[in-house]
Write a protein that binds this ligand. Sequence first.
Ligand code: BGC
Length: 751
Amino acid sequence: MKKLLLFFVALIVYHSFSSAQNKQSQMPIYKNAKASIENRVKDLLSRMTIQEKAGQLNQLAGLIATGPAANDPGEKAKMTELREGKVGSFLNVIGAKETKAVQKIAVEESRLGIPVLFGFDVIHGFKTIFPIPLAEACSWDLHQAETNAAIAAKEAAAAGIHWTFAPMCDITNDPRWGRIMEGVGEDPYYGGLLSAARVKGFQGNLNDAEHILACVKHYAVYGAVEAGREYNEVDVSRVMLWNKYLPTYKAAVEAGAATVMNSFNVFEGVPTSANKYLVTDILKKKWGFKGFLVSDWNSFGEMITHGYATDKKDVAMKAINAGSMMDMQTEAMVKYIPELVKEGKVSMQTVDDAVGKILYYKFKLGLFDDPYKFCNEEREAKVTFTKANREEALKAAHSSIVLLKNANNTLPVSNNTKIALVGYYANSPEDLFDFWVGKGTSNDAVTLYDGFKNKFGNSLIAYTKGYNADGSTNDNLINEAVNATANADVVFVNVGLTGKLAGEDRSVANPVIADGEVQLLKALQKTGKPIVALVTAGRPLVLTQINNLVSSIVYCWILGTETGNAVADVVTGLYNPSGKTVVSFPYAVGQIPVYYNHFNTGRPTATDDAGNWFSRYRDIPNDPLYPFGFGLSYTTYQYSNLTLSSSSIKKTDKLQVNVTVANTGKVDGEEVVQLYIRDIAASIIRPVKELKAFKKIALKAGESKELNFILTGKDLSFYDADGNSKLEAGNFKIFVGGNSKDVLEKDFNVQ
Ligand code: BGC
């Protein structure tokens, strides 16, 4: 009896063991966490219908899967599509709870249980808002930029977001364009370093639930819109494409960015979403980009409006055959790819390549093994808008501020100086933030008024609006301001543009200080008191009209959550400003575009005909009001002893450049030491200056440091029209200084 019992027990154990084994061997490879991602992708592709594949190429905006709104017919229709495997990604579904509910439908109710990707525009912070990217660029602090992106990623990831549509790598020279705020400024070299730092910050190693996929946008040349008008024409040559516009995207791709976004514009007559030269030849073949592309919002559909495609079927065919992949909001791929494959107009291999890359990142993020990895309500509450995150936002804001003028050392002032603050925007949270603030709310942010109140307490003796929300003014507002400032020793006036005018579809024809604000400053100037202009704007405004009305100009840009605290720290000298502008400040609107890395014309100087017939304006100078790389400090720096390791090098040699920088003032500070080159004559003309290296250094009062920079052949090269990098023999110049204009220089040649 006992033996029989033992026999049965053994039989049961054997059966359960072998059925577990069977189950394992029956488990599809794609569900097996131990299999390689490549094998999992292959296996999954082999199980998918063509309609399911097309579904992975479909990205839709928003889906409410919780609460009463989930019953709306529109939401229900999207849920049905999701169940049918017709959606690969959503944008703008945000929050741990909401993303979890949507993910549950994808994973538990669709045939193959493929998780969806949640994308969102996390541009300069998620809930803790950092300075706008253009301002952050003025810090010349790559480490801080990476940290800012990492914090934004961590907050977003806890709210279920897998993917940000950032960084924007579009070089632009046009402050009329509202999206200048999102970019890197006017320099391709620095812009490339910054874009790479941002990618690294967002993505980390992509192996935890704290980092998210980055998206290099808008590929390509979106920043060259004619006349700065949003979504306008773009027409640049291949030489400009390669040398000026592509390096930032390339640097971000090389930093490992998982995704790239097509831009809205056309290049050489072909919308970029269908531009084989840009997408396949350059991005995929030349740069070896292995990730996936997403269109911009209906940029596939806009091919019809551009006059390049006849209907959505044509759109889907042209986009995918050029190498583009995921379709944001046009629903052309999901509808027409199956038909196009059947008709032989699109190959299955092309579809598999695109879908395989999207699936790859879903595996890489671990979503097949734990689809709810990112949506964690507990973590969301814990990591969002923390004290530590705000401290970083304050540091970032400090270093983004650019001091443009400081006559008679008006700044800094001590915090018991009697001051008045004037300016509608200074106390208006709703004008504080721009368009791209994720889930940040300006009511959680520190306005200039709040920050000054914190810092000056009762020494802030008056606050008054001075102008209206639209920048206009009247006698009452002006008189009120003049009276309110009567007992102040220094008057701070916040002028500029509302944050609402920064971002997409925020082009303005006149990026200037509004007439009303100028009038106000004129009236205040008459009081004879020192006036400090605190300029807030998402773009470099033309400051010529106010430049001589004020003693100091603090360019604050749009600084995010800690705005008021950061500016108060700067004006009181707790933080010595170190920001340097990454865009030139135009002298007049008619001078736009004005940028430091321009070419020489054939007639750059007044050498002929008694000073006539050269390239200039008759009414204004050629130079901008403030040049690229410019920014003051409360101390002064002196540059000396610029030396080169050799005055003649071979193409394979390295050139060492030495320079001494001294802090000649009375306070400690940080200086951004900039190195530029000029290639004097080449087979393609080269800019009058090109930034090639920089160092941000700390110098104690009275301290001096010898710095060295190493340049290689790569730094002296340029691209020809076919994208080949060329290093040519000839004469060069080296310039080193604290901005692009005031520099020391030396000559050398390459043999
Ligand atoms: C913008 C993109 C953005 C997308 C999704 C578009 O209108 O051009 O930059 O990522 O919308 O919000």
